[in-house]
Write a protein that binds this ligand. Structure first.
Ligand SMILES: [Fe+2]
Length: 270
């Protein structure tokens, strides 16, 4: 089970695969120093070393936000003049804080298992990463009262929807489930503007009570959350169906805007 106690924020080189994998499975994320990777694309060599397969860009991003994607299906995140489209992507282009979420807004539970986030250029001020030990929090609730987690398995539990005008896309599904292939308990959750909670609260008995507990445990001073800056050249590997991530608001530097590059994958590190 994932724990954030004795948090390991060491930055491993790509050769330290044993440490990378054990840290990933122990705390749901791990940091990698990419300076020793002699390639412009720092994400693909990490994805290859961890046997993640090809980047699994969602149909949603491909359809509406292709101007944010590289030829290798990586999303380029930042207020970048050369990557502007018709729709201003809140998460990708604004410098507002981004609420906790798993990647793949309208993807079913378990479809995006690993997310790689590479920091090319940090913000001038702020923009720290925030992570939430979602599966640890759920496990804590289960230990106290097993009935608390029962509503999370309901197929009507969570609707996440696109928030952009003219895009009518959403997905409703369980928050918690069992991944047959990996035999793991996995979760799909967010505390951001993509969530439409009311329908789930109306349809699923007990859901609102459980979500209230999870909201409490996701607060910044909780032992289930951590906040830290990513430096230039650092890549974070995240277990996208066990932890949530978000970021603090930031102030940009016009000449060198904050730039992050993200790859999402259907496989887990092996
Ligand atoms: Fe994200």
């Amino acid at each position: 089970m994932i724990t954030f106690s004795a948090l390991n924020l060491n930055k491993y080189t790509i050769n330290e695969l044993t440490e990378i994998k054990s840290t990933f499975y122990q705390q749901g994320f791990v940091l990698i120093d990419t300076h020793s990777i002699n390639a412009k694309d720092k994400i693909s060599p990490v994805a290859n070393a961890l046997n993640l397969g090809e980047a699994a860009t969602t149909a949603y991003n491909k359809k509406y936000f292709d101007y944010k994607l590289t030829a290798d299906n990586m999303a380029v995140i930042g207020d970048l003049p050369n990557r502007k489209g018709k729709i201003n992507h809140e998460g990708f282009e604004s410098n507002n804080a981004q609420g906790l979420h798993v990647d793949g807004t309208i993807e079913p539970l378990g479809s995006i298992q690993t997310s790689l986030l590479y920091c090319k250029q940090p913000a001038k001020f702020g923009g720290e990463s925030i992570v939430f030990n979602l599966i640890g929090a759920i496990n804590h609730l289960a230990k106290n009262d097993l009935s608390l987690i029962q509503p999370l398995f309901d197929p009507n539990a969570l609707t996440r929807a696109s928030t952009y005008e003219g895009i009518n896309e959403s997905h409703t599904g369980p928050i918690l489930g069992y991944h047959l292939e990996t035999k793991r308990l996995i979760a799909r959750f967010a505390i951001n503007i993509t969530c439409q909670w009311q329908e789930g609260f109306d349809k699923v008995p007990g859901l609102q009570r459980t979500i209230k507990h999870l909201f409490e445990m996701a607060k910044e001073d909780s032992p289930y959350t951590a906040k830290f800056p990513l430096q230039s050249g650092t890549l974070m590997v995240m277990d996208n169906s066990r932890i949530c991530h978000g970021r603090a608001a930031y102030i940009d530097c016009t000449e060198n805007p904050r730039t992050m590059i993200r790859g999402i994958y259907s496989q887990l590190p092996s």
